[in-house]
Design a binder for this molecule. Structure first.
Ligand SMILES: *Cc1c(COP(=O)(O)O)cnc(C)c1O
Length: 390
């Protein structure tokens, strides 16, 4: 796992793709084109530069979109104000009244909220399926199914969906398959090689990586999706700002180095937790004990830096331990250089009804860790002191 399996040229692309020195000044970084409108040379040469008005396109945002396209080996990308705005644009492009969407039953809480609490109001039928079970997805397909959205590894339980198997089912039925690739990013998981049609990112997470921005992107593998998605991006106006695009561009340039280091830290932390007497169980795709360890190893070149665990003394003890952490920070978000601990039941997944949460394994005792870039020994010592408290 790790470095050796990277497709050639990823590190060069993450530094150079989509960006070039400013032709006017030589500035090495793409300028922040903080401008609403773009001057047209003449009525007859309207659109000569490709830019008219920043909702319809902005050169700094375009630079990020081009970089993400290169990293995913896609044909185009569209950046948005947040990961949720990217998922909303996906839904707006492919769904409408009377259509049906199949979504991983374990997914980011906001994906549940948007589909179940918003899109059903507009006559969209939503099925949450166990996408780790290919036959359950195949059985959920209806005449009017217009989209399959999977998330893998899923937030927060890290359940894995077999991207190639679901893509095959989707392709045979003529339905586009979108994968939320936020947790592993194209550095570890090349979803288009596995047959997916669209890749979704909350750029807020690993792509930015510095807790500086909220943003999202939709990367496309098919030419025929470019025009309809660009149309929705312009029509709804849920665009990424030039400043956010610029910060995300800088973060993305070190993606591989951060992910490798954070994943190495995560493996160490997971092993520590696995051996700790206060821990009931720990879940990390890199552990041999992970139920889908083989699939995780087969379809990605790294295991990522997300872990979850439960304590044998239960939820209350877990909350006490989380509050006692000092190097780890108690906060929502993930993928940043700072190590974060999250309590999904009250934080990221509070939108999912309690009954549904417990059916999906998002228990009140589940502690989610996003492992950052700090020294491994400091992260482990801090967990050790917090878990040893009475
Ligand atoms: C955070 C997250 C989202 C939503 O992204 P925002 O940028 O917070 O809107 C979507 N999918 C996954 C897997 C996430 O972790």
């Amino acid at each position: 796992m790790g470095d050796a399996q990277r497709p050639d040229g990823f590190r060069t692309k993450q530094v150079h793709a989509g960006v070039k020195a400013d032709p006017e000044t030589g500035a090495i970084l793409t300028p922040i084109h903080q401008s609403t409108t773009f001057v047209q040379p003449s009525v007859n040469e309207y659109m000569k530069t490709g830019y008219t008005y920043s909702r319809s396109g902005n050169p700094t945002v375009r630079a990020l979109e081009n970089k993400l396209t290169a990293l995913e080996n896609g044909v185009d990308s569209a950046a948005f104000a947040s990961g949720m705005a990217a998922i909303n644009a996906l839904f707006m492009t492919f769904l409408g009244a009377g259509t049906h969407v199949i979504i991983s039953e374990v997914a980011y809480g906001g994906t549940y909220r948007l589909s179940e609490l918003v899109y059903t109001r507009f006559g969209v039928e939503v099925t949450f399926a166990n996408t780790s079970d290919v036959s359950s997805v195949a059985k959920s397909i209806r005449e009017n199914t217009a989209l399959i959205l999977t998330e893998t590894p899923a937030n927060p339980t890290l359940k894995i969906t077999d991207i190639a198997a679901i893509s095959e089912v989707a392709t045979n039925a003529g339905i586009p398959h979108a994968v939320d690739n936020t947790f592993l990013t194209p550095y570890y998981q090349q979803v288009f090689d596995l047959g997916a049609d669209l890749s979704i990112h909350s750029t807020t997470k690993y792509l930015d990586g510095h807790n500086a921005t909220v943003g999202g992107a939709l990367v496309m593998a098919r030419e025929e999706h470019i025009e309809p998605i660009r149309f929705i991006q312009n029509a709804t106006g849920t665009i990424m700002s030039p400043m956010v695009a610029w910060l995300t561009l800088q973060g993305t340039k070190t993606l591989s180095e951060r992910m490798d280091r954070q994943s190495t830290n995560a493996m160490e932390v997971a092993r520590f937790l696995e051996d700790h007497p206060a821990v009931e169980h720990v879940v990390y795709p890199g552990l041999k004990s992970f139920p889908q360890h083989d699939l995780a190893s087969r379809q990605a070149s790294g295991y990522g830096a997300m872990i979850w665990f439960e304590l044998n003394e239960g939820a209350e003890k877990g909350k006490t331990a989380m509050s006692a952490l000092q190097v780890w920070t108690l906060a929502e978000n993930l993928g940043s250089v700072e190590s974060l601990a999250t309590h999904p039941a009250t934080m990221t997944h509070a939108a999912v009804p309690a009954e549904e949460r417990s059916r999906l394994g998002i228990t009140d005792g589940l502690v989610r860790l996003s492992v950052g870039l700090e020294d491994t020994e400091d992260l482990i010592a801090d967990l050790d002191q917090a878990l040893s408290l009475d």
